[in-house]
Ligand binder design. Structure first.
Ligand code: HEC
Ligand code: HEC
Length: 679
């Protein structure tokens, strides 16, 4: 045992920290050995052996927040798929409709707006097919992928094929289109489910003076199995702790939820729920001007718009939908209840029963907000987490193989597995049944101290980093600094940088976490248990991103935080050549591997053994209502047709993709995937 632990607990959160530590208890595992795992790492177990992280106080304890789990899951599923939630008909599912991810191919390019000072951050650059400049309404092509190509894909020193030698790698990103954006005015006087926004056709998301839908600056990850992540988003900004209001957990000192007290009064109180990163995540998009909202819309505004509506009021629901079937209206369209009723069934009355005035809408002629509207972000976050918590894919051939069915993997897939565990060094980061070091389980394997680690990087200098977040050299770090970024209050997103600030100033981090230098896999020195690391020690967080799960990865192209790779073979070739860029910040396992062409195929085939057929065929729990998704605009990358939006503003005319409702037994044939759709 170490006699000197450097422990940081946020004073007001001791209680929660205690419960975090309880859920951290796991078996000890040597964390990230400096040069990856032993020659052959143990094969991850079946996901059936792993339960979803417990959320103390959610449905248990003396005063559970949720009193009816089934109602909360139904509410979350309806909200996730409902097009009336967002401005411009955006649902969560609009960007997460296929295997939990997005397979659209038109109007899906962002010019690199996360690339800070880069001169091309607002400029769409040509892509590899060279057919035309990409742009707001560009249709991607197979020949555009990967965005960065080498003369010999196995060798970066062979020189760049695209972009041509001597030119900087492109900072453009393949992602998902969302709203047209604009300034929120209020609900439409004609129909409550429409909203009024002031539009502006501003670059980069405009063509010939017509506003187009905005595209996100990072690729959309799958929501399936995201329940296992300790933090969510590529940069981990969806905090493990849900504060009831926004994604930032204890970092927001003002986050409050309205709670009815024993004496009947209703007061604003801090709210703290651990292992609730999906709830923290879910309260981001509905107000994001790139995803689902015009600027200035608030959660109480959304509550006012939808609480009195019937769920999915314009979408069909399958008779045998695994969750919503029993609430289905006899017409087949929407549910036979209201969101208000579902909220009241699902949540403890102390969060919605209060009376009085809970603030005024922007339009002061409207009535003040009610208690249920004022707490809308709380219901939203928790219901979305509870629905997405059911999206666990543990029926893959790999799970069957690990549960004893030797024939579930082919000989080539077995060979791919041994490359994954050995020579390929894949499992040093894609570790455990979740296939990521960013899972709650992987982060707790070293006790409660596994979140900040130390290792010797590729350039042989040792440094601190956030476990589960690595820079693997997809693009230069300056294009997107990932977990090296900060939150709206200027606090570092990474635990590493918060820890370094503590070492330098004694100021306690806002997030509750503990650091134990004795547990580091690369020692500070022989007396590391008594000497803390120095405040000037290097931190490796710039350009580091969350390790994504590899489950169902066959179905979730494009790949990486910038969506720059189109096939699994392109990903494996990327690792085989040791990344696209060599810099000081790379993990030591990112160096050329030397796989033969047939080994590359075997490893790619192994990755397809992680596909659960229930995801492929959209069987329960992956069945869903119908959805109409904006699918690029009429016209091409040079011209678009315009239309009058529901709020009378002029915007680019949508093309629409109609996705049919699917019941629990799934569809007869799987939908076409991203790669097969590309011309
Ligand atoms: C306009 C497209 C769009 C919409 C709408 C959208 N998302 Fe996402 N989603 C994204 C993108 C892009 C990311 C990655 C952003 C990042 O990491 O910075 C993401 C990330 C996530 C993640 C994190 C997964 C992980 O592994 O880190 C979850 C979970 C998720 N979204 C769920 C939702 C929910 C719930 C909603 C509705 C409240 C929603 N999304 C709405 C595009 C979208
Ligand atoms: C050093 C840690 C590390 C190692 C080793 C590693 N990965 Fe990754 N992997 C990551 C990270 C981090 C990302 C996301 C990086 C980004 O987008 O910038 C990623 C992304 C991926 C993706 C894309 C998934 C998606 O949804 O976009 C695939 C597929 C993948 N890795 C497979 C592999 C395979 C196969 C190997 C072994 C050859 C491997 N990885 C080795 C850390 C690692």
């Amino acid at each position: 045992m170490c006699n000197n632990k450097y422990r940081y607990l946020h004073i007001s959160s001791r209680l929660i920290v205690a419960s975090l530590i309880v859920s951290f208890a796991g078996t000890a595992w040597a964390v990230d050995p400096p040069t990856g795992l032993p020659a052959t790492a143990p094969a991850p177990p079946s996901l059936k052996s792993v339960s979803t992280p417990s959320v103390p106080g959610l449905t248990d304890g003396p005063t559970p927040v949720v009193v009816n789990k089934a109602a909360a899951i139904a509410l979350g599923k309806a909200w996730f798929w409902d097009q009336t939630v967002g401005s411009d008909s955006m649902a969560c599912a609009s960007c997460h409709f296929q295997a939990g991810a997005d397979s659209r191919i038109k109007n899906q390019v962002n010019p690199g707006t996360n690339a800070g000072g880069s001169p091309t951050a607002l400029t769409f650059e040509p892509l590899a097919s060279g057919a035309q400049r990409s742009g707001p309404n560009y249709t991607l092509r197979k020949a555009d992928f990967p965005f960065h190509q080498f003369v010999d894909p196995a060798d970066t020193s062979s020189g760049q094929k695209y972009p041509p030698n001597g030119e900087a790698l492109r900072d453009d990103v393949c992602s998902s289109s969302g709203t047209f954006s604009g300034e929120f005015i209020g609900p439409s006087s004609k129909k409550r489910r429409f909203e009024m926004c002031i539009r502006s056709a501003t670059a980069p998301f405009a063509l010939n003076g017509i506003a187009t839908r905005h595209v996100e600056p990072r690729n959309s990850p799958t929501v399936i199995n995201a329940i296992f992540n300790f933090r969510n988003f590529w940069d981990g900004r969806a905090n493990n702790i849900f504060n009831g209001v926004n994604p930032f957990g204890l970092r927001d000192p003002d986050a409050r939820v309205w709670v009815v007290q024993r004496n009947g009064t209703t007061i604003a109180q801090p709210f703290v729920l651990a292992n609730a990163s999906l709830a923290s995540q879910a309260v981001g998009p509905p107000l994001s001007t790139e995803e689902m909202s015009c600027a200035g819309r608030t959660f109480p505004d959304i509550g006012r718009k939808i609480l009195s509506l019937k769920p999915l009021s314009t979408q069909t629901v399958s008779r045998d939908d695994s969750v919503l079937g029993s609430f289905r209206q006899s017409t087949g369209v929407g549910l036979n209840t209201t969101y208000m009723q579902l909220v009241k069934q699902a949540f403890s009355p102390r969060y919605w029963r209060g009376t009085g005035n809970f603030g005024r809408p922007k339009d002061v002629t409207q009535a003040p907000y009610t208690h249920v509207e004022a707490n809308f972000s709380l219901f939203w976050g928790i219901a979305l987490q509870m629905y997405q918590g059911t999206l666990v894919s543990d029926h893959s051939p790999y799970d069957r193989y690990r549960d004893g069915a030797d024939a579930a993997l082919t000989a080539r897939q077995k060979n791919g597995l041994s490359i994954f565990l050995g020579k390929g060094r894949c499992s040093s980061c894609h570790h455990g049944a979740e296939f990521t070091n960013a899972s709650v389980n992987a982060q707790s394997e070293n006790g409660p101290n596994g979140l900040v680690e130390r290792m010797t990087m590729k350039n042989s200098s040792a440094g601190l980093y956030d476990r589960g977040f690595y820079n693997i050299g997809v693009v230069p770090s300056a294009y997107d600094i990932g977990i090296g970024g900060t939150d709206p209050w200027g606090n570092p997103l990474s635990f590493t940088d918060q820890y370094k600030i503590y070492l330098a100033t004694g100021i306690e981090p806002k997030d509750p976490f503990t650091v134990d230098p004795c547990s580091f896999s690369t020692p500070v020195d022989s007396s590391q248990c008594s000497t803390p690391p120095s405040a000037t020690e290097r931190g490796f967080v710039r350009g580091a991103f969350k390790v994504p799960t590899l489950r169902n990865v066959e179905l979730t192209a494009p790949y990486m935080h910038d969506g720059s790779m189109g096939t699994l073979r392109q990903v494996v070739e990327f690792y085989n050549r040791g990344g696209n860029v060599s810099n000081q910040e790379l993990h030591p396992d990112i160096s050329s591997i030397g796989l033969t062409s047939s080994e590359i195929d075997d490893l790619s085939l192994f990755l397809t053994s992680l596909t659960d057929d229930r995801v492929r065929y959209e069987k329960a729990p992956f069945d869903h209502p119908s959805l109409r998704v904006p699918n690029g605009h009429q016209g091409d990358a040079n011209t678009v047709s315009s239309m009058k939006g529901k709020d009378n503003t002029i915007i680019a005319k949508d093309l629409l993709l109609d996705i049919p409702a699917v019941g629990k037994s799934g569809r007869a044939a799987p939908p076409a995937g991203f790669w097969s759709k590309l011309p």
